[in-house]
Write a protein that binds this ligand. Structure first.
Ligand code: R5P
Length: 293
């Protein structure tokens, strides 16, 4: 029986080289399907296993936030320095050039504004639209200990079910209510619940004490949330400590876009996350970049 290509020339089956079955670089993600791994490889750099994700989704419950008044002017210049951009679909379509080739992590929950109970959220995105926008992951807030804890957890598990169906990872964002203590004990609880119930990665806050126990006890990658604006040196210090203590990078917003020179700050953050710069080296780089304009 002739072969389809006519059998011209000698075929080389490399019989002496066994096919490799490489593992996957990202914690807890080895059993995911190809599409999920491929999307994860866009969010996290395979060379470092880490990401610099820029969070600009604040408007979904806060409206116009300082530094995000004009995303086209304030944020677009930062895009070349991001591995991923976390935002809402409205801002994506209205302001982000479709030539942006890095990963998009799409906010998929919403409902209440800052005027109401924030834990009263619903799923606010259809997966068909997520696919249409070619997103690399979707993100949802999870309110452990909040008034609507069960609903937010159930919303997350529904997203996880859909994410698995379509090969799109789900990032759970641990939201801390005002009445909750931001300590390692709380974040271990929140992150672990999210991962146990299927979240493919978790965004959570850094805590000075025992953060490494939060990352160690969460079986999927953790990215560090930036939180409210602090001094630049402190933000670099926090970033450094978080990645040294097991975070797979950052998902940072205000500490970048509310800074005096966001383009310089994000490059310094990249230095810490991907090149292992120490906080003082990152600060030096930031100063250099700032003063070279
Ligand atoms: C809230 O939890 C949202 O995800 C935020 O809008 C955002 O990600 C927070 O980023 P940052 O605290 O670094 O400004």
């Amino acid at each position: 029986m002739p072969e389809a290509d006519g059998g011209k020339g000698e075929k080389d089956f490399c019989l002496d080289i066994p096919q490799e079955t490489p593992g996957f670089f990202l914690k807890g993600s080895g059993s995911l399907d190809w599409g999920m791994k491929n999307r994860f490889s866009r969010i996290f750099r395979p060379e470092t296993g880490r990401t610099v994700m820029l969070a600009i989704d604040h408007g979904y419950f806060q409206g116009t936030v300082t530094g995000l008044e004009r995303v086209d002017i304030n944020i677009v210049p930062l895009l070349p320095y991001t591995d991923a951009l976390m935002l809402t679909r409205g801002i994506l379509r209205a302001t982000i050039p479709p030539t942006y080739k890095r990963a998009v992590v799409m906010r998929a929950s919403g409902g209440p504004s800052i005027l109401k109970n924030l834990s009263d959220e619903e799923i606010a995105l259809d997966f068909e639209d997520a696919i249409r926008m070619n997103v690399s992951a979707v993100a949802i807030q999870v309110f452990i200990g909040g008034d609507f804890e069960t609903r937010s957890v159930t919303n997350m598990t529904r997203l996880v079910d859909m994410g698995i169906r379509y090969g799109i990872p789900v990032m759970a964002v641990t939201a801390v209510g005002k009445e909750m203590t931001r300590d390692a004990k709380y974040f271990r609880l929140a992150c672990r619940i999210c991962a146990e119930l299927g979240a493919h990665m978790v965004k959570t806050y850094y805590v000075e004490e025992d953060f490494e126990t939060v990352t160690a006890s969460c079986p999927v990658p953790i990215v560090m949330a930036g939180g409210k604006k602090i001094a630049i040196k402190d933000a670099f210090e926090m970033t450094y400590k978080a990645v040294q203590q097991g975070a797979a990078g950052v998902d940072m917003g205000r500490n970048i876009f509310q800074g005096d020179d966001p383009v310089a700050i994000i490059q310094a953050v990249n230095g810490i996350v991907h090149e292992g710069l120490k906080p003082d080296q990152a600060y030096e780089l930031y100063e250099q970049l700032k003063n070279s304009k």
